[in-house]
Design a protein around this ligand. Structure first.
Ligand code: ADP
Ligand code: MG
Length: 764
């Protein structure tokens, strides 16, 4: 066979059957994919895995020792039951095998090995039913160093002493020590591909692979990095803990460096792009708009506006992230940028994450523009769900250039929307869009690259900004428009105070009596259903399905259905205090026209209570809404709750947010709710949210799967490394913009980029 490299397909190297198993279990195809499957942790031959805290219901891999094995015939069935007790030196775990008495020959008292299987609980004892196991060689079961007092004290009566054979069996003490020191990798495994199969396959691959170094000698020595080939070998087959630790650090550094190089190269590439300059026109559309504005701009709106205006006037395309709390007036800033583009004859596209938000944007933009400017700019809406005829008209106006502001959802990306002269793309509420969509958008206008403005209300910690948005410049609006009365938030713990939920409805009635409006948000549409997009950073799937035996896994009682729009409508109809209230539902499952109608009615004040799912999460703006009630609040992520409450307190009416939760005090779920109630500081909440979320959520799907993934880098913990590698990446590119001196690295980066592109295409 040809030389095996990281790009060689797995099949010829490990055999077709094994390759197929790895592809099925993990999606790996190439040698490099497999080698990127790093151990979750390491254990030692002399070290047993603690049994006490094994999670019931989960697949575990543990190192343990056999205490005794006993086979007996079964009462009600044919065949025999083999029960094997294994220990970590403190606790016991039982393994059961049906009709496999021959296993007794392997599983002799004193033998040690790795055991893997799903943990179940039976009559108060933990057990693994039909586990996989791999015993250490019989000789090796004898630890020459007598360092397990708990076992030697005869803690388990009936268990044979561990030191059954003498240390003399291993003649070379140094070899014995090395064996004890050698870490055993424990891999993320599945029921089909277990940890030691992975270990053996790694060994097979490592024996054959030739890894080409990607970095320069001097960088390796400056940063004390192990060469790539050595790192990959030592992370999988370390001779000591020091070795895997060093390998891990080296690989982590490479991940951070690759990420920064990619982002900077993207920025570099764009800096060569030439956009059309859209300078401000004296006495143009923007001047007219500003003159008619009913309020003065805030200082931040003013300064960010000037920043955008200057960038739009240049021929290098703008790529800017605009951060600002909900209600800080970002939309207005964006609209003003669109007007500057329009007065130069260019079109702007505004991309919103939901249909509701897109149509609300259209309405509020028309309102802000006033009849004359609306007539002139012809803002249109393009969404996937709108009637074909209407959409065709909008598409035509867009293609012809008559519509100078085009607002839409994903349909803007995926439909055959063509622009006559697309000058500016505004992406609203970025956190709903992955990195990949931004990329897809940019690719859409390949000929003359447009200016790009990304807006987000989710404050982004600096390290995340450097990672996810490392290719963008950042502006921040901190100041809120004057006269905001703010929001008060309370957790309503119904587990301790069941009657408090009723009080929330009474409170709603009081607001309605004052002429104000109320949102009630539920995590599900109907009993047994959820919205298509699971709440980011909310309860994990494990939490969602309270596992049998763990009725309170999510801190909520089992069997209680998820609060949902349908049931809530029914409950509110029965609520004496709400007799006569006008109540409507809004969910993602409703037809677009119906959603639009309900939203319009609510905005016009003709609906008192809107019972909704998170479709109203982002951007919805009804200043008269005073109360936000979130049911089963623990089901939402921190940022999501923060976004939700941002829907109230937007006008001159003070906002109140009640987070109803049945989560147990002290549970993670409850903590999340309490934290949101405790602070309105978006930045603080973003940090909390980040800690509770998986990295993949932050970085977008494209970066969490396949070869380009970040496996070791942790955005929150590795901030220093991220900043450090950013400096190095910048230095490398400055000295050698094309990376001509590091051709292997350049190829790897290009491949990672193409890989990402392919994934994008597959999605769009
Ligand atoms: P964001 O998109 O940042 O959440 P919006 O742009 O939707 O915020 O603005 C929220 C509300 O504040 C809107 O009703 C808008 O008209 C109003 N607003 C924006 N800027 C100002 C300002 N400078 N003074 C008073 N009200 C403003
Ligand atoms: Mg907004």
């Amino acid at each position: 066979m040809d030389e095996v490299s990281l790009d060689t397909p797995l099949g010829p190297v490990v055999g077709a059957k094994t390759a197929a198993a790895f592809e099925k279990a993990f999606g790996y195809r190439a040698v490099g994919d497999l080698l990127g499957h790093y151990p979750r942790r390491y254990t030692h031959h002399g070290e047993l895995t603690s049994i006490k805290y094994l999670p019931v219901g989960e697949h575990v891999t543990i190192v343990a020792q056999v205490v005794h094995a006993q086979s007996r015939s079964m009462k009600n069935r044919r065949g025999s039951l083999l029960e094997v007790i294994i220990t970590d030196g403190v606790g016991r775990l039982s393994l059961t095998f049906f009709s496999q008495p021959w296993r007794m020959n392997d599983l002799k008292p004193g033998r040690r090995g790795i055991f893997a299987g799903k943990v179940t609980e039976f009559r108060n004892t933990l057990q693994l039913a039909h586990p996989d196991y791999e015993l250490f060689p019989e000789d090796e079961a004898v630890t020459p160093l007598s360092d397990e007092p708990e076992i030697r004290t005869g803690h388990y009566s009936g268990a044979p002493p561990l030191m059954a054979k003498s240390a003399a069996l291993i003649p070379d003490l140094a070899a014995a020590q090395a064996w004890v020191d050698q870490p055993l990798p424990i891999y993320p495994a599945t029921a089909q591909v277990n940890s030691w199969t992975i270990q053996k396959t790694m060994a097979l691959v490592l024996k054959q692979v030739r890894v080409t170094e990607t970095l320069s000698e001097s960088l390796l020595s400056d940063e004390q990095l192990l060469p790539l080939g050595v790192s990959l070998r030592l992370i999988h087959q370390p001779g000591s803990d020091k070795e895997w630790q060093h390998a891990r650090e080296s690989l982590r550094f490479r991940e951070a460096l690759h990420l920064q190089l990619s982002l900077l190269r993207e920025r570099q590439r764009r800096s060569h792009e030439v956009a059309i300059a859209r300078p401000r026109v004296a006495s143009g559309l923007l001047d007219r708009f500003d003159a008619a504005l009913p309020f003065p701009l805030t200082g931040d709106q003013e300064s960010v506006g000037a920043e955008l205006s200057a960038e739009l006037s240049a021929i290098s395309p703008m790529h800017r992230l605009l951060q600002g709390e909900v209600g800080s007036g970002k939309t207005l800033v964006a609209l003003r940028a669109m007007l500057q583009v329009a007065e130069n004859g260019g079109q702007s596209a505004l991309l919103a994450p939901t249909e509701v938000l897109a149509s609300q944007h259209l309405r509020s933009i028309q309102e802000s523009l006033g009849p004359e400017l609306t007539e002139q700019l012809q803002p249109v809406l393009i969404t996937g769900q709108m009637p074909a005829k209407e959409r065709r008209r909008a598409l035509l106006a867009t293609a012809a250039g008559a519509a100078q502001i085009v607002i839409g959802t994903h349909a803007l990306l995926t439909e055959t929307t063509t622009f006559s002269d697309l000058g500016l793309i505004v992406v609203d509420e970025q956190h709903r869009f992955g990195v990949e969509q931004r990329e897809a958008l940019r690719q859409k206008a390949e000929q003359t690259p447009p200016h790009v403005l990304v807006m987000t209300a989710t404050p982004i910690p600096r390290t995340v900004a450097l990672t996810t948005f490392g290719d963008l410049e950042v502006s921040v609006i901190q100041e809120l428009p004057p006269g905001r009365l703010g929001i008060t938030t309370h957790a309503v713990p119904t587990r301790e105070h069941p009657q408090w939920e009723k009080r929330a409805w009474v409170r709603a009635a009081e607001e309605i009596a004052l002429g104000r409006q109320v949102y009630v948000v539920c995590p599900a549409i109907a009993p047994g259903t959820t919205e298509a997009t699971p709440p980011a950073g909310g309860a994990s799937p494990q939490e969602a399905s309270s596992a049998p035996g763990h009725p309170e896994a999510a801190g909520r009682p089992a069997l209680k259905p998820l609060a949902n729009v349908e049931d809530t409508l029914g409950e509110l109809a029965q609520e004496p205090s709400l007799v006569g209230a006008r109540i409507e539902a809004l969910t993602g499952a409703m037809p677009a026209a119906e959603k639009d109608r309900v939203m319009t009615e609510f905005a016009a004040g003709r609906v008192d209570i809107l019972v909704a799912t998170t479709v109203i999460e982002v951007g919805v703006n009804v200043p008269n809404a005073a109360l936000m009630i979130v049911r089963d609040a623990e089901r939402f992520g921190v940022s999501q709750l923060h976004q939700l409450r941002g829907r109230v307190g937007r006008g001159s009416v003070p906002g109140l947010c009640l987070l109803i939760t049945s989560a147990a005090p002290g549970s993670t779920a409850r903590t999340r709710v309490d934290q949101v109630a405790a602070t309105t500081d978006g930045f603080k909440l973003a940090e909390i949210d980040l800690e509770l979320r998986k990295e993949g959520d932050i970085l977008g799907e494209a970066q969490s799967g396949g070869r380009s993934s970040l496996r070791l880098l942790r955005v929150l913990e590795d901030g220093e490394l991220i900043a450090h590698t950013r400096g190095i990446a910048a230095g490398l590119l400055e000295a050698d913009p094309e990376l001509a001196g590091l051709p292997v690295l350049r190829d790897v980066l290009n491949r990672e980029r193409d890989h990402l592109r392919v994934q994008n295409l597959a999605k769009s």
